[in-house]
Design a protein around this ligand. Structure first.
Ligand SMILES: [Zn+2]
Length: 402
């Protein structure tokens, strides 16, 4: 078995730079295949585009992961599973590259906001979150093989439902993170290309109260007002957050009642919670449940809970060091690193204890916003960074049989 090698940095970066136009074409194809998380047919078409692209670049077909339960489970049409390319020696712990191809943009956004390039910015739904990251990752691996003649041990995993909390992809991400040396997450970078060394944890709650309906004029005393009861809870929720904004508790959407003249039987609120570390996240979870139990006077239910634990800085320490080495070898300026409030599947990777670094995808901005953009001039260098890190990690690995 040949020992996989680390590419000559200069040659590798030049190779990728010469592929800039091809990367841009691939980005256009991927962005032009709209893929809202909630639309199985659209997801399937986008997955086909990605499968063809990856097969061309990596020289082999991926494993297509199983769909969700689908119509038999009463959940509507099945969400298509993600794609997994396993490259390099199967007996070596892989480096996990992880991303997703679903976006938050509804079908038809493309008509209004088609893929375009203005100056150095590529625009279009999902261009930054995170289709450019996928293109960079695929080209990084393709050029690694072309430059060194061998594939490092890699699992390239792309999921289909990250933007809706990864009900299908999450367990697969966890499984592969556990089996991998390090997880490199291809989500878009923080400001000016900064890597993401920590993310807050995310919990969400679906709190509902059940009262009794009655005519508001004829039998007001017969009713039990679920809205008034839930309102008490909502007001009290605010004090669970911390004054410094580190832990936030945000009631986001609410609904109650049926008609203007009926005492509402049902009331419901969704609550978004962000926490800086696991201890704070668990304390908050307990405190929120206690508060609802103490405050509500009518029967209540709490759905949801902790969705993604925090990606804590300690998880990113080793890969961050390696990113510095990779940047230095490639002659790239250090992009810096940041902690961000948003979550990704990187949180799930870190929760397994596997070293994890996020934000290795596109340089750009405006995730989930109309002005979303990715810097096309920096596609090659970001690909080089993630490819060089992968090669260095693989070279550090114990080589069975060598
Ligand atoms: Zn994303």
């Amino acid at each position: 078995m040949p020992d996989p090698t680390v590419p000559d940095p200069k040659v590798y970066l030049e190779e990728l730079t010469s592929r800039g136009p091809e990367m841009l074409d691939d980005l256009e194809s991927l962005v032009s295949a709209e893929s809202p998380s909630s639309d199985p047919a659209a997801l399937r078409s986008c997955r086909d585009v990605l499968e063809e692209m990856g097969t061309r670049l990596l020289g082999r077909r991926p494993t297509v992961l199983p769909d969700s339960g689908g119509p038999d489970t009463g959940d509507g049409p099945a969400t298509p599973g993600g794609l997994l390319w396993r490259l390099g020696p199967a007996d070596r712990r892989p480096v996990l590259l992880v991303g997703h191809f679903d976006t938050v943009w509804p079908l038809g956004t493309l008509r209004r906001r088609p893929f375009t390039v203005q100056d150095s910015r590529a625009l279009g739904p999902g261009v930054f979150d995170m289709k450019a990251g996928l293109v960079q990752g695929l080209h990084a691996l393709a050029r690694l093989r072309a430059t060194t003649g061998a594939d490092p041990a890699v699992a390239f995993l792309v999921t289909s439902d990250e933007e809706v909390g990864s009900p299908l992809g999450g367990p697969v991400v966890t499984e592969w993170a556990r089996a991998s040396r390090t997880a490199l997450v291809l989500e878009g970078a923080a400001g000016d290309g900064a890597l993401k060394h920590a993310r807050k944890g995310w919990s969400f709650y679906d709190i509902s109260v059940r009262g009794r309906a009655a005519h508001a004029g004829l039998d007001p005393l017969e009713g039990r007002n679920a809205l008034v009861d839930l309102a008490r809870v909502v007001v009290d929720l605010e004090r669970l957050g911390s004054a410094d904004g580190e832990t936030t508790v945000t009631p986001t959407t609410a609904s109650a009642g049926t008609t203007q003249n009926t005492v509402p039987e049902h009331a419901r609120v969704m609550v978004d919670v962000r926490s800086p570390d696991s201890a704070a996240q668990e304390q908050l979870d307990a405190a929120l449940r206690r508060l609802v139990a103490d405050t509500a006077r009518l029967p209540f239910e709490i759905g949801g809970g902790i969705n993604r634990p925090p990606l804590e800085q300690a998880h990113a320490r080793e890969p961050l060091r390696l990113a510095r080495t990779a940047c230095a070898r490639l002659g790239l300026p250090w992009p810096g690193s940041a902690r961000v409030g948003g979550v990704s599947d990187g949180n799930l990777c870190a929760a397994t204890g596997t070293p994890t670094l996020d934000g290795l995808g596109a340089v750009g901005g405006g995730a989930h916003a109309e002005h979303e953009w990715a810097d096309v001039t920096r596609l090659p260098e970001r690909a080089a960074l993630v490819g060089m890190m992968t090669a260095l990690l693989d070279a550090e690995a114990p080589h069975p049989g060598v």
